[in-house]
Design a binder for this molecule. Structure first.
Ligand code: CUA
Length: 177
């Protein structure tokens, strides 16, 4: 019966089978290797950005974004303001159900401080076709120094499932010469 204690008190002191030792070694070595790969890819990979994170209330973030939009909107595109902030400035991108707001227009070879935050749920910033991915949470802003090096039109999709409109959550960034 399950409630009967084992006859020997120290029942677990058994020699480890060789095959189990091999697997422990393989798993441990792999784990250590992958740990150092995280650090390696941060520098050598092209998808992991060095970002900063700060706490911020969604309302405060929205106000900062709106201020930028009011100041630097240059035209409209499908109902979205296209904002062209000056080089070197702080640029805000709002993630919310279900859009990236606004459309940004950045200059090639200029650097910007890009701030990302969510107004509601978790979203996933995924820049296409370069495949740069950042998780976006409400209550936090992720800040990255970005310097686009190729002109063109970049698509933004949401890669964290955020409900019924998730697949419609697309945005755009223009990089101009
Ligand atoms: Cu936002 Cu999925």
């Amino acid at each position: 019966m399950a409630l009967t204690p084992p006859s020997e008190r120290i029942w677990w002191r058994q020699p480890i089978a060789k095959i189990e030792l091999i697997w422990i070694f393989v798993a441990f070595t792999w784990g250590v290797l992958m740990f150092f790969m995280m650090i390696y890819w941060h520098g050598a990979g092209e998808q992991n950005l060095s970002n900063e994170a700060y706490q911020i209330k969604p309302k405060v973030f929205a106000e900062k974004a709106q201020k930028m939009i009011d100041e630097y909107t240059v035209r409209e595109e499908n109902g979205f303001p296209v904002v062209r902030p000056p080089a070197g400035s702080d640029v805000y991108l709002i993630a919310r159900l279900w859009q990236w707001w606004p459309v940004l227009e950045l200059e090639k070879d200029q650097s910007y401080r890009l701030h990302l935050s969510s107004m509601d749920w978790q979203h996933g910033f995924s820049l296409q076709p370069v495949n740069i991915n950042v998780q976006v949470h409400p209550g936090y802003e992720i800040v990255m120094t970005v310097k686009p090096d190729r002109a063109g039109e970049y698509g933004l999709i949401c890669n964290e499932f955020c409900g019924i409109g998730h697949h419609n959550m697309v945005g755009k960034i223009h990089v101009v010469e």
